[in-house]
Design a protein around this ligand. Structure first.
Ligand SMILES: [Zn+2]
Length: 228
């Protein structure tokens, strides 16, 4: 309990401290795109508004472009877990706009009820600019599992996704992705397998973070009709 509070305060201080750094682009994190009132969901109508505004006013790019250009107008779109609602409610629009987006797939959810199937992922890869990333083999907090289990998960997830979908997987998003959920050592270990490590620190990107990518959550309660 106190440990958790400590990390929440540490993360808040970290975020406040880093807010002084100018934005060099933003990475948005979505979960469900559905009208089911889930706390992690964004309604389809709001998702369409977000993408329309980003498409008009910003550049929706891949992570390499964001890191290279350091342009505050650049944004990256990412989905965690990944729910089947992304296939039904987000994919058609992203395909129509022809913009890149990241699917951080957690192996234990793939082909499960309510989540993406392998068939859906293959179609998204073929017909749109989907990019596959790993969200670990299990949806757990890295800090609280054995080191050897984390190492196994990092390596097996990359291998499984690369074999199943025939693509290179060099991006990784920690489940939960906070300072509480992942230690510095966890992040170092992940860097041994992946080029870019995506977190849930609520910050714009700055080059000082290197290949540790903070992400800003996007759901109905965050979205107020305009992109900050
Ligand atoms: Zn997740």
């Amino acid at each position: 309990m106190f440990k958790r509070l400590y990390y929440i305060i540490a993360q808040r201080l970290y975020v406040l401290n880093r807010k002084t750094k100018p934005s060099q682009g933003k990475v948005y994190m979505f979960h469900k795109v559905a009208d089911d009132g889930d706390v992690y969901a964004i309604r389809k109508e709001n998702f369409v508004k977000v993408i329309d505004q980003l498409f008009k006013n910003r550049n929706i790019v891949d992570i390499e472009t964001l890191l290279r250009e350091k342009d505050p107008r650049n944004v990256v779109i990412s989905f965690d877990d990944v729910y089947e609602s992304v296939y039904f409610n987000a994919y058609p629009l992203l395909k129509e706009k022809d913009v890149p987006y990241y699917l951080f797939i957690c192996d234990e959810f793939l082909n499960k009820d309510g989540y993406l199937s392998s068939k859906m992922v293959l179609e998204m890869l073929k017909d749109s600019k989907a990019i596959i990333g790993s969200h670990l083999d299990r949806h757990v907090m890295a800090r609280f599992i054995e080191r050897t289990d984390l190492e196994k998960g990092l390596s097996s997830s990359k291998k499984k996704l690369e074999e199943e979908f025939g693509v290179k997987v060099d991006c990784f998003a920690f489940p939960f992705g906070s300072m509480y959920a992942c230690s510095k050592e966890d992040i170092e270990m992940a860097k041994g397998y992946y080029d870019h490590i995506f977190m849930t620190y609520d910050l714009p990107y700055h080059e000082d973070y290197g290949n540790i990518i903070p992400r800003m959550n996007m759901n109905d309660s965050v979205f107020e009709g305009k992109i900050k």
